[in-house]
Design a protein around this ligand. Structure first.
Ligand code: 5GP
Ligand code: MG
Length: 181
């Protein structure tokens, strides 16, 4: 029988086994190793919480000297503006002139990554690229190119390997997709 897990009210089944995730992480790390060789100490910026497992595996496959920092995108209601204000917390050092690689668990519409990029740009880095474990090209609606994506998927909802369903499922080592049961 196929292995399933129940998280809250939904049942999930394995979609991508850990071995395939590992191969995809290796392939994206190889590309980054080739592109950043010889550049001055790039800085990996992991977006919490979802990217913690991906970044911990990715960084072990990186062969150049680099720095690592985790950030969180906090959104709150602005005092005067009507919309939501987003601010980046966790970066306490200047990023001026640095080569930044944002590490995300998943890029869907692109709204979150756009806020991240806008915020980071204010710090005048040399350049910013995005490295995401999962990319949903069919729902991506922004212009910023997603240079490194380990795996592309459709519009299904997935959990595991850091990704959650209402905070559950981050510990799973395979990727699971919701079933229709
Ligand atoms: P975006 O701002 O690109 O639309 O969405 C990005 C965020 O939505 C991700 O960081 C993640 O928190 C959440 N998200 C989008 N698709 C999925 C999915 O299939 N599974 C999980 N667990 N989260 C998702
Ligand atoms: Mg995320």
């Amino acid at each position: 029988m196929e292995k399933t897990v129940k998280l809250h009210d939904k049942t999930f089944r394995v979609m991508i086994p850990a071995s395939e995730i590992d191969a995809a992480v290796k392939a994206v790390a190889d590309r980054i190793n080739a592109d950043y060789a010889g550049l001055e100490t790039p800085l990996f910026v992991g977006v919490l919480n979802g990217s913690f497992m991906f970044l911990s595996d990715l960084i072990k496959k990186i062969e150049f000297n680099s720095e690592l920092s985790f950030v969180k995108l906090a959104s709150y209601e602005g005092t005067e503006s009507t919309g939501k204000v987003h601010s980046l917390i966790g970066l306490n050092k200047s990023i001026e002139g640095r080569h930044i690689i944002i590490v995300e668990d998943i890029v869907d519409t692109g709204a979150s990554i756009e806020h991240m990029i806008e915020d980071l740009r204010r710090g005048n880095p040399a350049d910013i690229e995005v490295c995401t474990l999962f990319f949903k090209p069919a729902s991506y609606s922004r212009n910023y190119p997603i240079k490194y994506s380990a795996l592309e998927i459709g519009n299904e909802f997935i959990v595991g390997y850091g990704l959650d369903y209402d905070q559950l499922g981050r510990n799973l080592k395979d990727i699971y997709v919701v079933t229709n049961e």
